[in-house]
Design a protein around this ligand. Structure first.
Ligand code: UD1
Length: 428
């Protein structure tokens, strides 16, 4: 496994560009399979989850070509099989998007039960409820989800929990269903809107993505299109915190400030200065910052995917910070690792209480999931001496060239590569 070796203490300065949104890319690449044609997708982030999804659609017979590092051409005219094997997909959560996309186009799909970061139970009952409401039969056997329908018919679907995955999956399945589908209580994350915009560019008729009601008028067929993925809200937020935790001055470029509002507001409450200009946020911070309360919520609330990074920032703020996780039940697995660096933190149920300290000590730590890994890197940027972060494979799932971007801002960070590890992900 690769390691990141960080010598903390450098205040970050300069400008960093945000890559395309991982979670939008995953939905959009799966959605491309709805088209009987060719799509060109720009601003695709160079991260491992995306590579794994691309490999798995190639295994279905879909042709994928890289036009440059961030642009792919997906030719889904021909799809040879509708079964996505465990070997191809167990590593990533977004595997389940192939259920909705293949069901929507071919009325059938079989996908291994989704994997992903171990941050909670992560059931898919709302996805299944949606498929069944559209007229499909869903069977769970031998670790596979098998979904099949004679034809899909539009209907009203109320989601009992706000689910990003279920919203995207049902949108995809409903695009070519007969009649009208309403999704009530959908997720409103920026990548929901991005996937809907892409589907509309392919000929779908979706209205209301990003609001409390999504209306989908079924269309007869869908075609390929050209589309550019939005910037990654969570990557942007992570670099904003990198600036703040090091007491630096960083301009985070190529982001959508509106998507950052919850994160910006909480950081401003701590005393971080954030200045907006077109598609950039300039983040400056002078320590000490102030401990605050943060609760994760579906968009437009504070994102659960920023919770570990925010905890890292609160760990060096003055006073007490309280972080309440309301989306996933197992999202504090990283606190033991942070404690090894001197973070004063106590977890009670879904709440973590952090008492700020003025110094952290470098230590050997291991990422326990993607965003937990980011939090350890952030703590390492502040800590005295050397921090070694193990299990960088988690971080590589969702951050493009993280050490290069941080190094360009003045961080002392290097990657120690384990060449054996690289064979896990074939570069396409
Ligand atoms: C997506 C994101 C992930 C982010 C999460 C919440 C992708 C690939 N991943 O994950 O990065 O952390 O949204 O913003 O986009 N739930 C159910 N039944 C279901 C589905 C979900 O009970 O059928 C629950 C989950 O256990 C969780 C909550 O709903 O408590 C939200 O989950 P969901 O929004 O579906 O997360 P993911 O789509 O898995």
């Amino acid at each position: 496994m690769d390691q990141l070796i960080i010598n903390g203490g450098n205040a970050l300065h300069g400008r960093v560009e945000v890559s395309g949104a991982k979670n939008a890319a995953l939905g959009i690449i799966a959605a491309a399979l709805l088209a009987d044609g060719i799509s060109t997708i720009e601003n695709v982030p160079c991260v491992n989850d995306v590579r794994v999804l691309i490999e798995s659609i190639q295994d279905l017979g879909v042709k994928v070509e890289y036009l440059d590092q961030h642009t792919i051409k997906i030719d889904s005219t021909k799809v040879d099989k509708l079964v996505v094997d465990y070997e191809h997909i167990n590593k990533i959560r977004a595997s389940y998007y192939l259920l909705g996309a293949l069901l929507g186009r071919f009325n059938h799909s079989e996908v291994a039960m989704p994997g992903g970061c171990n941050i909670g139970q992560r059931p898919i009952d709302q996805h299944i409820k949606g498929f069944e409401a559209l007229g499909a039969t869903v069977d769970l056997e031998h670790g596979m989800v098998k979904v099949t329908a004679n034809k899909l018919i539009g209907t009203n679907i109320y989601l009992d929990v706000v689910s990003v995955g279920a919203t995207i999956n049902i949108m995809m399945a409903a695009c070519m269903a007969e009649g009208v589908t309403h999704i009530e209580n959908p997720a409103k994350e920026p990548h929901i809107v991005d996937v809907a915009n892409y589907l509309n560019s392919m000929g779908a008729d979706i209205k209301g993505a990003g609001t409390d009601l999504i209306k989908i008028h079924g269309v007869k067929g869908m075609h390929g299109s050209e589309y550019t993925i939005i910037p990654d809200q969570i990557e942007a937020g992570t670099y904003m915190i990198a600036a703040a935790i090091t007491g630096g001055d960083v301009t985070v470029g190529n982001l959508i400030p509106k998507h950052m509002e919850a994160i910006s507001a909480k950081m401003q409450e701590m005393g971080v200065v954030i200045t907006e200009e077109l598609d950039t946020l300039r983040v400056t911070a002078k320590h000490p910052l102030k401990g605050i309360n943060v609760k994760t919520l579906p968009y437009p609330g504070f994102p659960t995917d920023m919770q570990p990074q925010m905890t890292a920032l609160l760990s060096i703020a003055e006073g007490t910070g309280v972080i309440t996780e309301s989306i996933f039940e197992n999202r504090f697995s990283y606190v033991d690792e942070l404690s090894r660096m001197g973070v004063n933190i106590k977890v009670e149920g879904n709440t973590a209480i952090v008492t700020g300290v003025t110094e952290l000590e470098g230590a050997k730590v291991s990422a326990t999931d993607l965003r937990a890994g980011a939090a350890l890197v952030l703590a390492g940027l502040f800590a005295n001496g050397e921090t070694i972060v193990n299990h960088v494979d988690y971080i590589d799932r969702g951050y493009e060239f993280i050490e290069n971007k941080l190094k360009a801002l003045g961080a002392d960070i290097v990657r120690k590569t384990d060449n054996m590890d690289k064979s896990m992900f074939k570069v396409v």
